[in-house]
Ligand binder design. Structure first.
Ligand code: PLP
Length: 408
């Protein structure tokens, strides 16, 4: 049982560390990747010794142990999103890999010239470029439904496009990595299905701050990255509803994705291995289990309350700064806030904050079209995790005031 945030912090070696000046570092770039708890770090170093053999191939005990750990990672991912079966969980190297896989296999099977793929204007490059590439290859058309001034989706506009009857696939972020707003993915899923389209949700941020039950929000596909919820880098998931996933052809060919191979012809393995050619990043994927156990154990009222209070505090304090522009201030906000201050360059702010021991993201955040839409070339982003504290938020706001004094 988790008692409080301080106890959560004690599980993370990084949060116990200090810089050369003895300062405790403040890590506010959790949307990019989270720090790792000891339970994950220890599991990897242990498994490198006692479970390091290639998975799904050999009969000896060590290989069986490695396979058990890998499959336990898959089962943990299944349980996290309440998928009906472990077969619906394809293990990938991250959200980007999941979406590229999906765009390729879905495209091969379902997309023909003149079809449309519908995205929101608020997508990460990972949920835009693979679809753009697919359209270039197939002669399909990429369309976008608008995000309003306050960052919220315009579902009426989405419905108008869907009602034209050409959209085969809708793909949109559960929570944008710039706007930090929980999008109405249940409504969009219902709309897509009403007009006969399939829907994929990019859950890279949604899995962290909102969670999903793919049976109560029956999207066709859902992607997320393990490393953003405390697992090792090089881990990710593509969930696909069985009846649809089974209709899709493989993308990469190689070991493990086959049923039988002759010099002339290959037949393919069932889902999910059909989509997992070659040696997977099996030790990293196995960390999905301890990481998801940990992420689930910190989904407690104190953490929710702390996150809400920190979000409210940061929004209030940031809004009181002259020339402040918060990108995405409407709807249900999570502790992920992007901003600019008039007359000051975002990377100067981040560079000076770094000198003060505070890590924030700056730049385009892999969302160039969205930032351009808001008339910005980049922004500063703070994104918090379960281990961040109000004390750190106060230190960040005080540091930001000092930085702005220097830069203005
Ligand atoms: C909304 C969103 N989609 C996709 C990605 C890509 O994730 P990854 O780099 O883990 O593949 C990110 C990463 O920040 C993201 O925030």
């Amino acid at each position: 049982m988790i008692r409080d945030i301080e106890q959560i912090r004690s599980f993370f070696p990084y949060l116990q560390s200090a810089d050369s000046g003895g300062r405790t570092l403040i890590y506010f770039d959790n949307a990019a990747t989270t720090q790792k708890p000891r339970i994950v770090i220890n599991a990897v170093s242990r498994w490198l010794v006692d479970a390091n053999a290639n998975v799904h191939r050999a009969v000896y005990g060590l290989a069986a142990t490695a396979t058990e750990h890998y499959e336990a990672g898959r089962e943990a991912a299944r349980a996290l999103i309440n998928a009906a079966s472990k077969d619906e969980i394809v293990l990938t190297s991250g959200t980007t890999a999941s979406i590229n896989l999906l765009a390729n296999v879905y495209g091969q099977r379902y997309i023909k010239p003149g079809d449309e793929i519908l995205l929101s204007e608020g997508e990460h490059h990972s949920n835009l470029v693979p679809w753009q590439m697919l359209c270039e290859r197939t002669g399909a058309r990429l369309r976008y439904f608008p995000v309003g001034e306050d960052g919220q989706w315009d579902l009426e506009a989405a419905e108008k496009i869907l009602a034209e009857g050409k959209v085969r696939m809708v793909s949109a972020a559960h929570i944008s990595n710039v706007l930090g707003i929980v999008n109405p993915v249940g409504e969009l899923t219902a709309l897509a299905h009403r007009y006969g389209a399939h829907i994929h949700l990019d859950g890279a941020q949604g899995i962290v701050h909102a969670g999903i039950d793919v049976q109560s929000i029956p999207c066709d596909f859902y992607s997320f990255s393990g490393h953003k919820i405390y697992a090792m880098t090089g881990t990710g998931v593509l969930y696909g509803r069985r009846s649809l996933l089974e209709t899709l052809p493989p993308w990469m060919g190689g070991g493990e994705m086959v049923d039988t191979v002759t010099y002339g012809k290959t037949t393919y393995a069932d889902i999910p291995l059909r989509f997992e050619a070659g040696t997977p990043n099996f030790l990293a994927a196995a960390t999905l289990r301890p990481a998801i156990d940990f992420a689930t154990s910190v989904r407690i009222p104190q953490v929710h309350k702390n996150e809400e209070e920190m979000t409210e505090y940061l929004m209030r304090e940031l809004n009181s700064i002259g020339g402040m522009r918060i990108i995405g201030s409407g709807g249900k906000k999570v502790p992920l806030i992007s901003f600019n201050v008039e007359g000051v360059h975002h990377s100067d702010i981040a560079t000076l904050l770094d000198k003060m021991g505070i890590a924030v993201r700056s730049g385009q955040m892999c969302s160039e079209p969205l930032l351009n839409k808001f008339g910005q070339t980049g922004a500063v982003r703070v994104s918090l995790a379960a281990y961040n504290t109000m004390r750190e938020c106060e230190a960040f706001i005080a540091a930001l005031h000092r930085v702005l004094k220097m830069l203005k």
